[in-house]
Design a protein around this ligand. Structure first.
Ligand code: FAD
Length: 373
């Protein structure tokens, strides 16, 4: 009987476990996560930030699913992985337990990056990655009147909208000169900025935090913002240190091939901690990477295909959809097809990207168009 150990309790880990079972009906499958809950729908955290909802209620699969006869996937929650010994083929937990493995899937995901401003370690600064982080925001929001969101990406804007709907005075600060500068065109960024203003949310671009004090959040340009609560959404860092310490090739993320194999024998990696080609750090991507890792760990043959992943945002009374390259490569010459609330970008005789704002009802069709072009 083969022993499969899966590190992590996110969607990549769950997909890997499911794929292993589909390809090996009798192997031992153990999933190790430091979170107290079964894998849950992480994307819901910022979308429903102020809604009292537990990780259990967001569970992707309930406990009965893991225990079902013939599936038998053992999830050990509250277990912190400390090290992997690739030569001995063992996983070491912080509590001293050691698990030998035949095949290992490394799916430890990513953690939020906190910019190093003075006071970033204060109690009222939260970066939302886990259900526990969202719970902390809810507790702080009970008494907070003002909030600053650091980072104008999709997750930051989702958090800002949730806090605004909760009645807080919200300011979003964005380091770049416009929001989502690497994902959407300037017109879409303006559209969102206008929608934010209409909902009473202040957006400050070209702005960065200097220090958080009792008086509020000081910006590097000297401005002071009221900030009972600070939500940081400034990107993520892969949890790849344990892999690097085990001698696995890491270049910020764990480098994997199209079969999700790492540089170490019998160790696969998937999800936000790993990179193959272009990495978007999105749910569907982590899920598919996990599936491919699981199939191959169990002796099957699956390959991962990189595809452009779309961006969706809903908030401030509007919606945004973008896919591919919306005219952002200065080295390219684009032709732009314009329709109300829609732009299609073509280069080298193919449609390379598109952006929809307001009415996104044709998103699926547009996605297909770009992917098949
Ligand atoms: C708030 C939020 C909203 C999002 N919204 C969207 C969205 O709308 N659409 C979309 O496509 N994507 C979204 N994403 C991104 C998406 O959720 C991630 O890409 C996906 O969850 C990555 O899955 P993963 O399994 O690779 O990693 P993770 O989900 O990060 O799972 C890794 C797991 O490993 C655990 N772990 C880490 N280190 C250790 C250790 N040493 N020992 C034991 N366990 C450990 C972690 O606690 C975690 O449970 C969102 C992400 C967040 C945080």
């Amino acid at each position: 009987m083969k022993r499969y150990i899966i590190l992590g309790g996110g969607i990549a880990a769950l997909s890997a476990a499911e794929a292993i079972r589909q390809n090996d009906p009798s192997g031992l499958i153990v999933l190790l996560t430091d979170e107290p809950a079964l894998p849950y729908t992480r994307p819901a955290l910022t979308k429903q930030l102020l809604t009292e909802i537990t990780a259990g209620e967001l569970a992707v699969k309930n406990a009965a699913w893991y225990d079902a006869p013939g599936r038998d996937i053992l999830v050990l929650t509250g277990r912190r992985v400390a090290a992997v010994d690739a030569a001995q083929k063992t996983v070491h937990l912080a509590d001293g337990l050691v698990f030998p493995y035949d095949k290992l899937v490394y799916a430890l995901g990513a953690r939020c990056f906190i910019p190093p401003f003075a006071g970033s370690d204060r109690e009222n600064v939260v970066a939302v990655r886990t259900a526990g982080d969202a719970q902390r925001v809810r507790e702080l929001a009970r008494t907070a009147k003002s909030a600053v969101v650091i980072g104008g990406g999709v997750l930051g804007l989702e958090a800002a909208w949730a806090l605004r709907q909760g009645g807080l005075a919200v300011t979003v600060i964005e380091f770049e000169q416009r929001i989502m500068a690497r994902q959407i065109d300037a017109e879409a960024a303006n559209h969102i900025a206008e929608a934010m203003a209409a909902q009473g949310v202040t957006l400050l671009t070209g702005a960065s935090a200097a220090s958080l004090e009792d008086s509020g959040l000081h910006l590097t340009d000297g401005r002071l913002l009221p900030a009972d609560l600070v939500v940081v959404s400034a990107g993520v860092r892969a949890n790849a240190e344990i892999a690097a310490a085990a001698g696995i090739r890491v270049e910020r993320k764990i480098v994997v091939d199209e079969r999700m194999a790492t540089s170490a024998p019998d160790i696969y990696a998937a999800g936000d901690c790993a990179v193959y080609g272009v990495s978007y750090a999105l749910w569907a991507e982590a899920s598919e990477m996990g599936r491919v890792a699981g199939v191959n760990a169990a002796g099957g043959d699956a390959v991962y295909r990189c595809v452009p992943r779309p961006l969706h945002f809903s908030g401030f009374g509007t919606e945004l959809f973008a896919i591919g390259d919306p005219g952002l490569d200065p080295a390219k010459v684009y032709e732009v097809g314009r329709m109300p609330g829609a732009r299609y970008y073509s280069a080298d005789d193919r449609i390379v990207g598109a952006v929809l704002t307001g009415d996104v009802s044709r998103a699926a069709e547009v996605e297909q168009l770009v992917l098949e072009s």
